[in-house]
Design a protein around this ligand. Structure first.
Ligand SMILES: Nc1ncnc2c1ncn2[C@@H]1O[C@H](COP(=O)(O)OP(=O)(O)O)[C@@H](O)[C@H]1O
Ligand SMILES: [Mg+2]
Length: 242
């Protein structure tokens, strides 16, 4: 499936990643080819050590492949200089890391607006603070705007990470095991929120997970084993609301 302009949002072509360690090479990814379109919710599934985090880092330009190509909206980005990459990373991607922790001395709203301490978005009209408040409310945290992280539950903290990911208007969100430490209700909240965002805001979302109940609520599951792409499976999700 292609975007309306005929170009895939993001394409990996024959990506390999090896890490050179003092005692030898570790192959984290081998021959991974993948196309991701806008509005898609993709789950990366595989056992620990199968290369999920490495793949997310390469998709999001936090790391470069040892071989192969990463193409974003028709532009090859894995060969760009760090200076050129910074622009793509900020404008296009948001990350939710496995150990996403809000800064403890900032409240929920301040944590949500944190990215703007580092860069000013281009072409952003309107009041960013008000937008932050709206995003937080839309995630059911309107009553926690000025709470500190120490006053929040694990599920609420993960919603702050989602709010912070959304405030920059990313084209793609990369989430590394975002449901790993949550109870079932909160896990379902996160995946249903991702589904809704991907469809309503045209965001491509890739998450990694061990949890098949969560993965089965994505549009596609990409299975990895020992860094090798096993299969790419389309999902029909009867319980999904969107
Ligand atoms: N920075 C690194 N240096 C050396 N080896 C790494 C590094 N990152 C990942 N690896 C290795 O690459 C493989 C894949 O790791 P990872 O992508 O973290 O898997 P997953 O997220 O599925 O658990 C593992 O064998 C891991 O030890
Ligand atoms: Mg990992």
């Amino acid at each position: 499936m292609d975007n309306s302009n005929g170009t895939a949002f993001l394409e990996l072509k024959n990506v390999n990643k090896t890490f050179n360690l003092s005692y030898g090479e570790v192959t984290a990814l081998e021959h991974v080819s993948l196309t991701i379109n806008k509005r898609e919710l993709v789950a990366l599934v595989g056992p620990s050590g199968s290369g999920k985090t490495t793949l997310l880092n390469i998709i999001g330009s936090l790391d470069r492949p040892s071989k192969g190509e990463v193409i974003l909206e028709g532009t090859r980005i894995d060969t760009l200089s760090e200076e050129e990459l910074v622009h793509f990373r900020r404008e296009k991607f948001s990350f939710i890391f496995q150990d996403a922790k809000p800064l403890r001395m900032l409240n929920v709203l301040e944590n949500t607006l944190l990215p703007f301490n580092f860069f000013k978005p281009k072409n952003r009209n309107g009041n960013i603070r008000n937008e932050g408040i709206e995003i937080i409310k839309s995630l059911g945290l309107g009553h926690r705007l000025y709470h500190m992280p120490s006053q929040l539950s694990g599920g609420e903290i993960q919603r702050v990470a989602i709010a912070r990911a959304l405030i920059t208007h990313p084209a793609m969100i990369l989430a590394d095991e975002p449901t790993a430490n949550l109870d079932r209700d909160n896990r379902l909240f996160v995946i249903e929120t991702f589904r809704k965002l991907s469809k309503e805001k045209d965001i491509a979302i890739v998450l990694s997970t061990h949890d098949l109940e969560i993965a089965n609520r994505a549009d596609r599951i990409v299975h990895l084993k020992d860094g090798v792409f096993l299969k790419d499976e389309a999902i029909a999700c009867p319980p999904c609301k969107v």
